[in-house]
Design a protein around this ligand. Structure first.
Ligand code: DLL
Length: 433
């Protein structure tokens, strides 16, 4: 238990961070080469040995690793420690293809908890806080990660898991929760439910730590206003440990990556070329402190930008922007690249709640984009003429943003299914044809 703002690490000089990275990278490469035949053969195919990797400057020589590699190697093929030294597994949801399973030694769990503790402290958390965790527990990393971080900080931890909104709100009121941890879509749903019950004055929340899915600045503002809190972003992925790979500080302008544990690169997703800081591309991570499941140059598919601009919080670790979508989330509709986040920005800017669904179909060999959007109760009481005027206004705004026509349907409040975990925003029916 303790103060997990660690200035000697989080505010270290770039030279110091670089020297940790050099040393830990060399050690990790040796570790996987010796203990993971899958890695050894990938490196041999590229004609390199651990001796070729002497510092971060040599990182580009290593092969990339993709989710397909993880699926090929399922379940034990990338394990770098004896199974008897592992104490935990976590896993991705596995909605497409085989699940990915990540292994942890006790050292790996401690490191992960520490990363989450840093995130909680950056959101103003202390041992006086009541941390309400309603990310799912179990194989998903959200619940266990924030739970471990909260313990390290010494806060009172409510391991609520997801679901049962009635009980969530009851505990929030009764136990005086001060920090809420869940997906942004569930935070929006909780905010809506708290308002409906007239309980806004009975809750003591002052901060939220929201991640695991894309959310826009507009959605942040909406949640902050409705709950009267400051909402912080947190990012991570199961393969690299879970939440806490990066987190926001009070500046709210991007997430500091824990560079003493992870090296970040941005690459051109088409060519694999490494891009300079400030350019948009695919985020690639190399974990340099993990024992059981260290990954070298893992392609996340998340598209973002890195920034080394000085941060007012004093932390020196590089910041990543909010992911602007995943390269595999991008929809190609009528030949045009469409990110769901672009649609969300238009809707929230026009005053709609973040309850929407994007449906893509193919009619007569042509793609059709439909956007179903919930109205607020006030809009719902408008006349039919006014509602169709609103639909037309949204069609125009979406055309201006995307460059293509979208069929817009305004639907009654509460029609679109609420999510307790990651929201399902896109239904691409073309995959069924
Ligand atoms: O979502 C880990 C996590 C749990 C992060 C709780 C934050 C909070 P996975 O289920 O493996 O792990 O999904 C990882 O989710 O590659 C991103 O595409 C997306 N993602 C995670 N955090 C964010 C975020 C967890 N803050 C995938 N903003 C990642 C946008 C995010 N996308």
């Amino acid at each position: 238990m303790g103060n997990y703002f660690q200035p000697e690490i989080e505010c270290a000089s770039p030279e110091q961070i670089r020297s940790w990275q050099d040393e830990r990278l060399v050690k990790t490469v040796r570790h996987v080469y010796q203990n993971v035949p899958y890695y050894r053969s990938l490196m041999e195919k590229k004609g390199i040995t651990p001796e070729d990797i002497r510092s971060v400057d040599d990182l580009h020589k290593l092969p990339f690793l993709t989710k397909d590699d993880l699926r090929d190697a399922y379940p034990y093929g990338l394990l770098a420690m004896p199974l008897s030294d592992c104490v935990r597994i976590q896993s991705t949801s596995g909605t497409t293809g085989r699940r990915v399973v990540a292994f942890y030694t006790q050292h790996d769990i401690d490191l992960w908890d520490e990363c989450c503790a840093r995130a909680i402290v950056a959101a103003g958390g202390t041992k006086e806080d009541v941390v309400h965790v309603c990310y799912g527990y179990g194989l998903f990393t959200g619940g266990p990660g924030l739970n471990g971080g909260s313990h390290k900080v010494g806060s009172l931890t409510l391991p609520m898991s997801s679901g049962n909104t009635e009980r969530q709100i009851q505990f929030m009121v009764d136990l005086g929760s001060t920090i809420l941890c869940c997906t942004p879509s569930y935070a929006a749903y909780l905010a809506e439910s708290i308002h409906e019950r007239g309980l806004r004055d009975k809750i003591k929340l002052r901060a939220g730590i929201f991640g695991a899915e894309a959310w826009s600045e507009e959605m942040r503002r909406d949640i902050q206003d409705k709950l009267g809190i400051k909402a912080y972003d947190i990012y991570g992925l199961t393969e690299i440990s879970g939440p806490g790979v990066s987190f926001e500080c009070s500046e709210q302008t991007g997430m500091h990556i824990n560079e003493d544990h992870f090296i970040a690169e941005i690459i051109n997703p088409e060519t694999g070329e490494v891009l300079p800081d400030g350019e948009k591309g695919e985020l690639v991570f190399t974990s340099i402190s993990k024992e059981a499941f260290p990954l070298l140059r893992y392609r996340t598919r998340d598209i973002c930008v890195l920034s080394r601009k000085k941060c007012s919080c004093g932390r020196t670790h590089v910041k990543m922007s909010k992911p602007m979508g995943r390269s595999d989330d991008m929809l190609i509709i009528k030949g045009v690249n469409v990110f769901p986040s672009q649609i969300e920005t238009v809707l929230l800017n026009k005053g709609y709640p973040a309850n929407y669904q994007i449906v893509v179909t193919r009619v007569n060999n042509s793609d059709k984009l439909e956007v179903q959007v919930e109205m607020t109760p006030e809009m719902f009481s408008d006349s039919l003429g006014e509602i169709s005027g609103r639909e037309k206004e949204l069609v125009d705004a979406l055309k201006a943003m995307l460059g293509i026509y979208a069929d817009v349907h305004l639907v009654a409040p509460k029609t679109i299914t609420r999510s307790e975990g990651k929201a399902v925003r896109v239904i691409d029916k073309r995959k069924l044809y």
